[in-house]
Ligand binder design. Structure first.
Ligand code: ADP
Ligand code: ZN
Length: 517
């Protein structure tokens, strides 16, 4: 081996120096060791397997879940003069046969392959006859069935270790809270691999969270500050994606929809325009994004609550990969919370999974409602300590007003309890505020001791209180949105614990009733 890693870094990739822990990771794998690499999007994961593959004898086999991602990577490598190829369903039989021939002839440095392809007996026996430098498992979180990108085939990748124990393996992901890390290590038999955990901080991204009031107006105002910028707007459902994209177009914004319900050709065309043109706003479900390497995405906006902090961080991580200032903006309402809860509770998933998903949702709500530095709470979720006061999030830039909500919380919790823990926030708020709706009268709730004890706050303020009680885990909603107390409510009701809430944002002038649209 005449070349050193640094020579190749300069000569082939044209970079001056290694970034973060790249040098150590490359050394570990080039020396034949296993590695588990957790690095944020844009951190430079590809080099961590590309370089060792060039340094070692044979071809590096890269397992990658997305065809688009493979093609881009292979194209980029070829332009650098690296002998790279991919094998997936996009190739016809002749092309595939040619790639296989080059693999056996030792004419490839890197071969990207889809997991389902890799796992075929035919391909495995082909690998038996080839010289393999290493196995790289990209987007390794796909092995986690709790994650948002679960790919069942990833589970079977342990065959690599069983069949070729002496060949080094490197698994990489940008998604990794501790449970997922653990699961990746276990599922891929990488418990003994050296772990490289980079800082997940993305200092150039400014985080902002706003409460839903009139989503389209809020989004329009946000986009106004980003005129001419490329960005992504994530929405919860295909229907919402279509309708928001259409409404933005009517406002003269260059918006395109993207979701899995569209035909493949239109989807590909929209993706291409987003990548190639300036100033396109892609309105999408989470089907859009994995592996999208566009450095100058200036904003990622969420008009609905994402499902988890990891998902949120992954999605927002697509902004500002060039290191220039970028913005992550999230608009959420109580309605979102209830929708997502119902979706989880009514899903086919087992009890364990439902509980886990509910916890993830609560963690995200906790993030939204927290009064402290956003960066600190996000990084805290990934087990990374941050001193706070980042100076680049809404909490730091415009410190939120907080107020002592102990008394209000106690009223709200008692009212939920007195009315039998069978009603949603709207009804309980009516009782608290002494609004004699038909439903209130029908259930005799105007006779409760908590009737009209909350007339000091208006409906909007009460909604905020309930949202924060849910976020802080004092109240839980069932599949129908009915609220009930959790064990954590006890100390507050007994006066043993005080609570501070993020103050409501000032009322905008003309307001529709906030139903969290
Ligand atoms: P990831 O897969 O972690 O999202 P990539 O491997 O795609 O990240 O790298 C992100 C960007 O950083 C790419 O444009 C890549 O060329 C660049 N990059 C990676 N390593 C270095 C380095 N050592 N010096 C300069 N740029 C780098
Ligand atoms: Zn901050």
């Amino acid at each position: 081996m005449s070349d050193t890693a640094l020579d190749l870094l300069h000569r082939i990739f044209g970079h001056r120096e290694f970034r973060g822990e790249q040098a150590q990771i490359v050394a570990q794998v080039a020396d034949g060791g296993d590695a588990l690499v957790l690095m944020p999007t844009g951190g430079g994961k590809s080099l961590c397997y590309q370089l060792p593959a060039l340094l070692r004898e044979g071809c590096g086999i890269v397992v990658s879940p997305l065809i688009a991602l493979m093609q881009d990577q292979v194209e980029a490598l070829r332009q650098l003069g690296v002998r790279a190829a991919f094998l997936n369903s996009a190739l016809d039989a002749t092309e595939a046969a040619d790639v296989e021939r080059r693999l056996l002839a030792g004419e490839l440095d890197l071969l990207y392959v889809a997991p389902e392809r890799l796992l075929t007996p035919r391909f495995l026996s082909l690998l038996d006859r080839a010289r393999i430098a290493l196995f790289a498992i990209d987007e390794a979180h796909c092995v986690s069935q709790w994650g948002h990108d679960f790919r069942p085939e990833y589970r079977q990748l342990t065959v690599l270790h069983e069949r070729w124990p002496q060949i080094p393996r490197i698994a990489l992901t940008a998604t990794a809270d501790e449970p997922t890390r653990q699961e990746i290590a276990e599922r891929l038999a990488l418990e003994d691999a050296r772990r490289f955990v980079s800082s997940f901080d993305r200092p150039n991204i400014r985080y902002r969270v706003v409460q839903k009031d009139n989503t389209l107006r809020q989004l329009r105002d946000f986009l106004h500050a980003h005129r001419g910028h490329s960005g992504i707007v994530y929405a919860f459902s295909r229907k919402r994606v279509d309708s928001i994209a259409m409404q933005l177009c009517e406002l003269g914004i260059d918006a395109l929809p993207y979701h899995a319900g569209m035909d493949a050709a239109t989807r590909a065309a929209h993706q291409r325009r987003f990548l190639q043109e300036d100033g396109i706003v892609m309105v999408a479900t989470i089907a859009f994004g994995m592996g999208i390497d566009k450095p100058d995405v200036r904003f990622v906006a969420h008009v609905d609550l994402p499902k988890s902090v990891e998902g949120y961080y992954q999605e927002t991580g697509r902004a500002g990969r060039d290191g220039e200032p970028a913005e992550a903006w999230l608009c959420y309402g109580l309605g979102d919370t209830i929708n997502l809860r119902q979706l989880i509770l009514q899903s086919e998933a087992g009890e364990e999974r439902k509980r886990l998903e509910l916890r993830k949702l609560d963690a995200l709500l906790g993030y939204c409602e927290s009064t402290t530095c956003r960066r600190q709470s996000l990084l805290g979720w990934f087990g990374e300590a941050h001193a706070g006061q980042c100076g680049n999030c809404d909490s730091c830039l415009e410190p939120p007003q907080s107020w002592d909500g102990t008394v209000a919380a106690r009223k709200a919790l008692s009212c939920v309890y007195r009315s039998g823990q069978r009603f949603g926030a709207a009804h309980v708020i009516d009782i608290l505020r002494g609004v004699s709706t038909e439903r209130v009268l029908q259930f005799g709730h105007d006779q409760l001791s908590t009737w009209a004890i909350g007339s000091d706050l208006d409906e909007r303020q009460w909604r905020s209180v309930f949202r924060q009680l849910v976020a802080q885990g004092l109240l839980e909603a069932d599949a129908h949105g009915a609220l009930h107390l959790t064990d954590a409510a006890g100390p507050v009701l007994r006066g043993e614990r005080s609570l501070h809430f993020r103050a409501e944002q000032p009322k905008p002038p003309r307001r529709r009733r906030d139903r969290g649209d």
